[in-house]
Design a protein around this ligand. Structure first.
Ligand SMILES: C[S@@+](CC[C@H](N)C(=O)[O-])C[C@H]1O[C@@H](n2cnc3c(N)ncnc32)[C@H](O)[C@@H]1O
Length: 281
């Protein structure tokens, strides 16, 4: 029998999504219904309790999610700190652990009135947009190489007044060398032999956003650190996300460069060493 009430439709959707290996089937079912109804997930739960009808089109969206299309590509939205970002094919979906990296950059930017900040490899604009919206008066720049990601970033960052540059983080903004107070980045860093297992990542996050280059995935992180060194003024703050296993290599890279003080690993909310920060000498 076809499911007719919202409660029945959600139960069936959760069953199908669980069968497809989606990690949070019930929540995703509720979020898809919320997207169709233009309501919050909490309101969807309340509606399900009161015998409301299932929205038209839910089965189609559930089938798409069961094919492991990312939830954010189906709804067109990703949530990062206080921001609702427009996302879709061609742009990296921002991750919760990056919110901690953004927090450290925000804390550093708040220490300098009118701080000049740049986000290297901005993707959807998650980090740059958060800084622009949470640090009033900051002058925020963002750099992105991919044409498609740049287009998504433009949609998200223009309303926030961020200066978005299409270019290679290795050479971008050379005319601003030595002028930034904060450089923040979540560059590509996955090694070539560590292909992600989740289809949402392996098949839908752009390769340019994932693989760092070189046998250890460290080519882009190394280039990011070199760019941070040229872009920052003396006393400027740098923070970069990386894989947990790369923490010792990133620390060593910064210490060996000889132009950084206070090199230190930064843990995410689950205690994993997922970023490294330093102060330009
Ligand atoms: C891991 S994603 C992070 C995106 C975003 N900062 C976030 O945290 O959600 C890395 C981003 O760097 C961009 N990128 C890769 N190589 C680049 C390069 N050489 N110059 C500038 N951006 C680059 C990718 O297109 C991608 O958007």
């Amino acid at each position: 029998m076809a499911a007719v009430t919202l409660a029945e439709a959600l139960a069936e959707a959760a069953r199908l999504l669980a069968e497809a290996g989606v990690p949070s089937p019930r929540v995703d079912a509720e979020l898809l219904a919320a997207h169709l109804l233009g309501e919050s997930a909490g309101r969807v739960r309340a509606l399900a309790l009161t015998g409301a009808a299932s929205p038209e089109g839910l089965a189609e969206l559930v089938a798409e999610r069961a094919r492991r299309v990312p939830l954010q590509h189906i709804t067109g939205k990703a949530y990062f700190r206080h921001l609702e970002l427009d996302v879709g094919p061609g742009v990296f979906i921002p991750r919760p652990e990056t919110e901690t990296v953004a927090q450290h950059a925000i804390d550093a930017a708040r220490q300098t009135p009118g701080a000049k900040v740049v986000d290297l490899g901005t993707g959807s604009g998650a980090i740059a947009g958060s800084i622009a919206s949470e640090v009033p008066g900051a002058e925020v720049y963002a750099v992105e190489l991919s044409e498609l990601a740049h287009a998504w970033a433009a949609r998200n960052l223009e309303p926030l007044g961020v200066v978005l540059v299409r270019g290679d983080l290795r050479t971008a903004l050379e005319e601003h060398d030595g002028t930034f107070d904060v450089v923040v980045s979540n560059p590509p860093y996955i090694p070539p032999d560590a292909v992600p297992v989740d289809p949402e990542v392996a098949e839908h996050d752009p390769e340019l956003a994932l693989y760092g280059g070189g046998a250890d995935g460290m080519e882009l992180p190394r280039a990011t650190a070199a760019s941070a060194a040229r872009l920052l003024k003396s006393g400027g703050y740098f923070i970069m996300e990386h894989a947990e296993v790369q923490a010792p290599a990133v620390s060593k890279l910064l210490v060996d460069a000889g132009c950084w003080n206070d090199v230190g690993t930064v843990s995410d909310l689950t205690g994993r060493e997922r970023a490294t920060a330093a102060v330009k000498r």
